[in-house]
Write a protein that binds this ligand. Structure first.
Ligand SMILES: NC(=O)C1=CN([C@@H]2O[C@H](COP(=O)(O)OP(=O)(O)OC[C@H]3O[C@@H](n4cnc5c(N)ncnc54)[C@H](OP(=O)(O)O)[C@@H]3O)[C@@H](O)[C@H]2O)[C@H](O)CC1
Ligand code: K
Length: 498
């Protein structure tokens, strides 16, 4: 699913009208009909439409007409200077007048009337501001939004809950508290900001008939990962396949006290379908892990010649889980990067050791994937955690572009980007918030890279499948642990195989 900004809406509108000669009123009516499908008319009878005087308001006036035509009781209120009503809104306004559907222009005197109508309604349809809102809400607009929030039964917002800047996610003074948002053509970028989550309710994205080639032309290259993309990328194991077709990978992980990290990351790679997997760790970890790992091989990290030979033949290498934030880990990472050309996926201590010395990242373009959480990203970038949380797409993109690598920034709605294309991962849940999850993810991504997916798609698919397994298991489990995820990997990947 595409993500877009206010500007994307403007560009699309202009292209449709000027280049492709599709009148705006046609798109508005498509928007009206698309939104109408979600008005839940089987369960509601009384609607209050509150429209502004821009095109978002015009959508509302069209929805009012459709609701009337379907036998609903509809009260229409307009806030704003009617003289400044947009052209398409005026068309819908005149249709309402011709159909004898009365409209109320809101002023200070009739706010109590608005309040009583809202109290008595099943649904308020919020069409005050959409993508055109860019400055603070004041005066009568503020009062109207406050009255809606205080007195509504349910509110459905059209395109954007009035009060959110669709591009930045800033709340401009006050905001409609929507139960449902029916957004047009793309998920608004502003909705990614954590502060908007309490206002947007359930978000539905509806197409309004803009042809795909126009959408492609104005694509912002930001998406929410969907299941089809995963299915397109999962390799089919045909009967002529050999283990060499599914990649040779190595995992550098573990240290005393962190044997589990080594086991989990390695076993996740095995279960994700790698042809050959080797854990490379200190001899203490090797002795313990080798008793649990049946399919994977193990190697002592200090057996220099053997390690060098093995990693030279690898298709992907996972690095960092539980290795310790110390000079030894740094030296090993430097060694691995120097002696290989394949992709290296770096997590945990592999990231912590880079905080003061990012030369390793600078000198290895297009072959590194990093998977930081917010704290690790703060250490890498120097930005405060709160800033990163509020600007996660921009921060991840900036870092990815600067160092020519792929960033997977963990958290609610994980961001994956190569600096040009960005994917937001919609899967995963709080039941997965426990130790070992990052190690599992590293194992899955390493395996996918080894199996021949592009670095970006391996990361996107790894994050999606990891979260998807967690979502599936959490329906029955109070807590989902790394070992639960690992045992479900083959079954779920099979499900995604086309
Ligand atoms: N391609 C599509 O997706 C389509 C979407 N449609 C709908 O159109 C809106 C966008 O319409 P637009 O007219 O550009 O903008 P809005 O309706 O959101 O808002 C503009 C009006 O609001 C006034 N405004 C803005 N900020 C404030 C404020 N803080 N206080 C008071 N008034 C404000 C603005 O007034 P100005 O003085 O700034 O001119 C305008 O009057 C989109 O969201 C969809 O719902 C179309 O239906 C079809 C295509
Ligand atoms: K709205």
């Amino acid at each position: 699913m595409r993500i877009g900004t206010s500007n994307s809406t403007k560009l699309l509108d202009n292209a449709c009208v000027n280049e492709y000669k599709i009148p705006l009123i046609v798109m508005m009516e498509n928007a009206v009909l698309a939104a109408f499908k979600h008005m839940d008319i089987a369960n509601n009878q009384k609607y209050v439409i509150v429209s502004g005087v821009g095109n978002n308001g015009g959508d509302g006036l069209g929805i009012a007409r459709q609701l009337k035509a379907h036998g609903k009781e509809v009260d229409v209120f307009i806030v704003g200077n009617i003289e400044k009503m947009s052209e398409c809104s005026k068309i819908n306004y005149n249709i309402l007048k011709a159909m004898d559907i009365s409209t109320n222009i809101i002023d200070k005197e009739n706010l109590d009337y608005l309040k009583s109508k809202i109290k008595n309604s099943d649904v308020v349809v919020d069409c005050i501001f959409g993508t055109g809102l860019e400055r603070d809400i004041k005066g009568i607009y503020y009062d109207v939004i406050d009255i809606i929030n205080q007195n509504k039964n349910k509110t459905y917002s059209i395109d954007v809950p009035s009060g959110i800047n669709a591009t930045t996610g800033d709340i401009l003074g006050i905001c409609i508290d929507a139960d449902k948002t029916i957004s047009f053509e793309f998920y608004k970028r502003g909705f990614l900001k954590y502060a908007t989550k309490e206002f947007i309710g359930e978000v539905i994205v509806e197409h309004i008939g803009i042809p795909k080639y126009i959408l492609d032309k104005y694509d912002d290259k930001e998406y929410i990962t969907d299941i089809e993309l995963i299915k397109e990328n999962i390799k089919i194991k045909n009967k002529f396949s050999f283990k060499s077709d599914f990649g040779k990978v190595a995992i550098f992980a573990g240290s005393r006290g962190f044997t589990g990290a080594a086991y989990i990351a390695t076993q996740a790679a095995v279960k994700s379908g790698s042809g050959l997997t080797t854990l490379i760790s200190d001899s203490y970890v090797q002795n313990i892990a080798s008793q649990k790992l049946c399919e994977a091989m193990t190697l002592d990290i200090d057996e220099d010649e053997k390690v060098k030979k093995l990693i030279k033949g690898c298709d992907a290498i996972g690095f960092g889980c539980g290795m310790g934030d110390n000079e030894v880990t740094y030296n090993k990472l430097e060694y691995v990067l120097k002696n290989t050309t394949c992709t290296i996926i770096i997590d945990a201590d592999g990231l912590n050791i880079l905080k003061q010395k990012k030369e390793l990242l600078e000198n290895n373009p297009d072959r590194i994937i990093i998977t930081p959480h917010l704290g690790e990203m703060a250490r890498l970038t120097g930005y405060p955690i709160d800033y990163i949380r509020d600007n996660k797409v921009d921060v991840a993109k900036e870092f990815a572009k600067k160092y020519k690598l792929i960033v997977l920034l963990k958290g609610y709605e994980t961001v994956i980007t190569d600096g040009e294309y960005t994917y937001i991962n919609p899967t995963g849940n709080a039941a997965m918030a426990n130790g070992g999850m990052g190690d599992t993810l590293l194992g899955i991504i390493t395996s996918f890279v080894g199996q021949g997916m592009t670095n970006l798609m391996a990361t996107v698919c790894g994050a999606y499948i990891h979260g998807y397994i967690g979502d599936t298991l959490s329906k029955k489990l109070y807590t989902v642990n790394a070992t639960d995820i690992i045992s479900s990997i083959p079954k779920i990947i099979k499900f995604f195989q086309k």
